[in-house]
Design a binder for this molecule. Structure first.
Ligand code: COA
Length: 241
């Protein structure tokens, strides 16, 4: 897929690469990025040639410095602007993708940036990464799922502290909080993500997809229901012997 301006989408050997590409604005998430990302996510979901996806940010300083503040200030009202975003339900689409999604995070990972990362399954960070949710300081709340996804990943107390205090968390602390799976050097970030992606794509894509669904859908169920879901998904896989 080509013709995008603020997202680069590439496919190589079964791996999709999504690059947020507004480095001059620290990859701030604007309406155009939302629209392009929406198309790219649809393609990822439906394309049988893509088994696993890596998300990254262009430039040296940021994965994504959050919602575009210039657009935010010129929009008819923050509430209307946020409503438009919800109507497209890009976050529902993101979370519905049953393929492994890896976030390769460097520099500033703020607001929508951390929320994109939280829609992914595995988060790798370089040692220069900094995470935060500045929304309450701007008089708004996260609108890309962060108020729901962050506590599900790191727990209630940590999520509330980050959200309510506006404190930024550096890579090592993010690792201790289990916000990221691993911290590597900046030079190792993409190679590590690719190593993981290449390993995952050697497996049966259906088994990988069901394993992801068993975990992600199961987390919203009771244990008994989750075990039922696991059994149901397991029965759908062809028996190998
Ligand atoms: N929206 C729009 N533009 C942004 C942006 C955002 N969220 N974040 C950074 N930019 C732009 C800056 O305006 C600047 O543009 P310019 O060169 O035309 O002046 C460029 O990106 C570089 O940012 P700069 O602030 O010069 O970099 P820095 O290293 O000094 O500071 C930050 C980095 C992240 C601390 C700072 O840019 C910042 O606080 N950004 C806003 C974060 C935020 O509140 N996001 C909203 C979350 S809901």
């Amino acid at each position: 897929m080509s013709g995008f301006e603020v997202i680069i989408y590439q496919k190589r050997d079964g791996i999709g690469y999504v690059t947020l590409n507004r480095p001059q604005a620290l990859n701030a998430y604007n309406i155009q990025m939302r629209d392009e990302l929406y198309q790219v996510l649809g393609a990822i979901r439906d394309d049988p040639e893509v088994d696993v996806v890596i998300f990254q940010g262009a430039g040296e300083k940021a994965f994504c410095a959050g919602a575009d503040l210039t657009e935010f200030l010129t929009a008819p009202s923050p509430i209307v602007a946020r409503q438009v975003r919800w109507e497209r339900d890009i976050w529902g689409l993101f979370l519905s993708i049953a393929k492994p999604l890896i976030a390769a995070l460097h520099g500033y990972v703020l607001g929508s940036g951390i929320e994109i990362a939280l829609c992914c399954d595995i988060r790798l960070a370089s040692d220069d990464a900094q995470f935060g949710l500045p929304e309450p300081g701007l008089g708004i709340i996260p609108a890309a799922g962060g108020s729901q996804t962050l506590p599900r990943v790191i727990g209630r107390a940590g999520a509330l502290e980050i959200l309510l205090s506006g404190r930024w968390v550096r890579a090592e602390e993010a690792y201790r909080l289990k916000l990221v799976n691993r911290v590597v050097s900046r030079a190792e970030l993409l190679p590590e993500a690719e190593k993981l992606a290449r390993k995952m794509k050697t497996y049966n894509p259906l088994a990988v997809s069901y394993a992801k669904q068993a975990v992600t859908r199961g987390l919203d169920l009771s244990l008994a229901e989750g075990l039922g879901l696991e059994a149901k998904l397991g029965r759908r896989l062809p028996v190998s012997s």
